[in-house]
Design a protein around this ligand. Structure first.
Ligand code: ATR
Length: 486
């Protein structure tokens, strides 16, 4: 079940929240602790509700805002139960003071820690399991992605129905994957509104993107590991493909700081595939069983997949770039390619171009770095001063110049562009950089960072599932996210 968690500052906010929840959420939580006069309006709001409701009057000690004394809170919960609330949430610490509830009411016994992941959480949950209440709920702060797995392990030992949540960005996966490991419900934020706890996912994303209610013990888990990871569009594109093919699989964002530790959990939990992004593309290599040649040379892995018992790594950024450039140029062999930049992105592309037999020139602000990389690749190099663009077939921007917010910049003088060139900008924000805009104006063939993002994602899907994602599905999902954001 998806529960819309509503901050009920006023009677109207509670009524509107309930109305908005219908359609996307299965149940709503009325957080009446945000209202000083909840006792005056609660019965009336409950009378008009059109979906099941949890009433919660969270104490300040457990991260809530209730202005009431324990005695007043308990009385109000009792009143809510008599007025038709299907669920009442009461902190385990004071649950023994709650009087008898009507038999139809389900009592959630809860415990919260907004600061840490308590070392004695298991003891606490076992104690709650044998105490009063029909459902055991804990919400604790994740200080590392692996805390989610500690929680999942503990949830298995609880005999009552359970709601286990890790809060914060590192705990986001518990709000989605928790269902696979026994959660009876998850709390989501109403669309476009502040949630009631850190790390909450919106109700519509839970329902539409993650298909939360379809997750079961057999659901295969995929995801992207990075730091930061909040704005990744990978869940949008992969989940859209899963959905369109009806695959029993879900793709989540793993906010990972220690990739080695995380990969142990990834293996132990039998997750199926991983996209890897900044800053873990190099670090992940140390914990894989095998890595293909191009990723080894580029010193960068962005895709992890299972080969029997082995964890294998490859780089679809490079493959996608090379394939698309080959298509646009009619083959890269013998083409003169100027690669702007000499960092990690440039390194990957250069090794890919080299494999195809392109004639590479690395152009960089710091000439010594260009020289060093050129030495590794076995190609030419120059600074920007010495670059005139003559006889160049392909120009690739592998620098950050032109990226949001500095969008009115190009890494080279756009006067150097000519119609016969193919221009590829690895930047995807903005979708059309100044370099791409000018290249299009001059009639060049172009490839954008967005094209590449989609192409690398399609290749990942193909590696994991042995088939291409349905045409256009990832692009549509990407555009929908972008339109929503702007
Ligand atoms: P990445 O791993 O994304 O490639 P990186 O290793 O930091 O990131 O490399 C960034 C590249 O962008 C470098 O080639 C950098 O040039 P320098 O080696 O001279 O630093 C290039 N770059 C960044 N800002 C630049 C700017 N304002 N003008 C020109 N090149 C720039």
């Amino acid at each position: 079940m998806i529960c819309s968690a509503i901050r009920c500052k006023t009677r109207d906010a509670a009524a509107e929240g309930l109305q908005k929840a219908v359609g996307n959420a299965d149940i709503a939580e009325l957080r009446i602790d945000f209202s000083a006069d909840a006792a005056d309006w609660l019965e009336e709001v409950l009378e008009h509700k059109s979906l099941p409701v949890i009433v919660t009057d969270r104490t300040k000690a457990e991260g809530g805002a209730s202005p009431r004394t324990d005695r007043e809170r308990i009385a109000l919960l009792q009143q809510a139960a008599l007025a038709g609330a299907e669920y009442v949430d009461c902190e385990y610490s004071c649950i023994q003071h709650l009087g008898d509830l009507p038999e139809t009411v389900t009592l959630i016994s809860s415990f919260h820690d907004f600061d840490t992941f308590p070392p004695d959480l298991e003891e606490k949950m076992l104690e709650m399991d044998s105490g009063r209440g029909d459902i055991v709920k804990v919400a604790v702060q994740a200080l590392d992605i692996c805390d989610n797995f500690r929680l999942f392990d503990t949830m298995e030992k609880i005999s009552k129905p359970v709601i286990g949540i890790c809060m914060g960005s590192m705990g986001e996966i518990s709000r989605i994957l928790g269902r696979k490991y026994g959660n009876v419900l998850t709390y989501g934020s109403p669309d476009g509104e502040e949630g009631t706890a850190p790390g909450q996912v919106s109700v519509s994303a839970l329902k539409q993107m993650y298909r939360y209610n379809e997750i079961n013990t057999d659901t295969e888990v995929y995801g992207v590991a990075g730091d930061p990871i909040a704005h990744s569009a990978s869940p949008d594109i992969h989940n859209a493909a899963f959905r369109s093919l009806g695959l029993n699989a879900v793709y989540v964002k793993f906010h990972v700081t220690d990739i080695s530790l995380f990969m142990k959990c990834f293996s132990r939990y039998g997750f199926k595939g991983l996209s890897v992004t900044i800053p873990h593309k190099v670090g992940v290599m140390a914990v894989l069983d095998e890595i293909d040649d191009i990723s080894e040379k580029a010193e960068s892995v962005n895709t992890v997949f299972r080969k029997g018992n082995l964890l294998s790594g490859t780089n679809t950024d490079i493959r996608a770039a090379v394939d698309r450039l080959s298509e646009l140029t009619g083959g890269l062999a013998g083409r003169k390619a100027a690669v702007l930049g000499a960092g990690g992105v440039s390194r990957g592309i250069c090794f890919g171009l080299k494999e195809e037999g392109a004639d590479i020139l690395i152009v960089n602000r710091t000439v010594e770095k260009a020289e060093r990389l050129a030495g590794n690749i076995g190609c030419g190099f120059s600074g920007y001063d010495g670059f005139d663009g003559k006889n160049v077939d392909v120009i690739i921007n592998a620098t950050s110049v032109g990226m949001h917010p500095d969008v009115e910049r190009s890494p080279i003088d756009t006067e150097l562009l000519s119609e016969e060139m193919t221009v590829f900008d690895t930047i995807y924000n903005p979708p059309e950089t100044m370099l791409i805009r000018e290249a299009r104006r001059k009639g060049c063939r172009t490839l954008t960072g967005t094209d590449m993002f989609l192409a690398q994602g399609e290749k990942q899907f193909e590696i994991w599932f042995g088939r291409k994602p349905p045409e256009g599905v990832m692009e549509k999902a990407f555009n929908a996210k972008f339109t929503k954001r702007t």
